[in-house]
Design a protein around this ligand. Structure first.
Ligand SMILES: CC(=O)SCCNC(=O)CCNC(=O)[C@H](O)C(C)(C)COP(=O)(O)OP(=O)(O)OC[C@H]1O[C@@H](n2cnc3c(N)ncnc32)[C@H](O)[C@@H]1OP(=O)(O)O
Length: 166
């Protein structure tokens, strides 16, 4: 029988890196729609602002996936606004003895907060989550300019990304 999934909150408790400073990394919450989540995501990909209704609907869908889908955010204690976000999706496979693979997606740090190690901290927390969920690897797609950033986070270049857009 499959083991019980921890809740998203349980799966990512504790910052664990003792920054004791401004940013608190934690799972996404419903209230984050009013803490700049949409503006943060627009720095990843320009798009129409996320409405509260759309945010709530998607939040509910993702919550139903339990710990197999985790969105982390970093809240700036001095402003109450979000300074970074990132997600990891745990894919359940048949191969590799029904192994699991982590997919890191949508990592972004607010332009004003870049260059202070926050992006690396968020990625490392996402990777920790995937490892704790039993993944045998974590993969992601990025542009060539981000090779050095992900190398700092422990990733090595492997294979080729392909896409087919609709
Ligand atoms: C899977 C995906 O989501 S890919 C999409 C990634 N997101 C984006 O491109 C959105 C726009 N960019 C950003 O949000 C940010 O610039 C990020 C997330 C790429 C980096 O966040 P930051 O907080 O600035 O990175 P951080 O300060 O943790 O950098 C860690 C290390 O990587 C290096 N690094 C960071 N960005 C880059 C870069 N673009 N090119 C080369 N090295 C970089 C840093 O110099 C640092 O190295 P150091 O420890 O030797 O000083």
């Amino acid at each position: 029988m499959e083991e019980a999934l921890p809740t998203v909150a349980e799966a990512a408790v504790g910052d664990g890196d003792g920054d004791g400073e401004v940013y608190r990394i934690r799972p996404l919450e419903i209230a984050d729609i009013s803490k700049g989540f949409s503006d943060l995501l627009s720095q990843l990909s320009p798009s129409a602002p996320l409405t509260e209704g759309a945010f709530r609907a998607r939040f509910g869908e993702l919550a139903a996936l339990g710990a197999d889908h985790l969105v982390l955010v970093a809240e700036d204690a001095s402003t109450g606004l979000l300074a970074a976000a990132g997600a990891v999706l745990v894919e359940r496979k048949f191969i590799r003895s029904c192994g699991r693979v982590g997919h890191v997606e949508d990592v972004v740090v607010d332009a004003a907060a870049r260059g202070r190690g926050l992006g690396e901290r968020v990625v490392r927390r996402l990777v920790e989550h995937a490892r704790a969920r039993g993944c045998y690897k974590v993969i992601l797609n990025c542009t060539p300019e981000l090779r050095a950033f992900y190398a700092k986070c422990g990733f090595v270049e492997k294979n080729v990304q392909m896409g087919l857009y609709f």
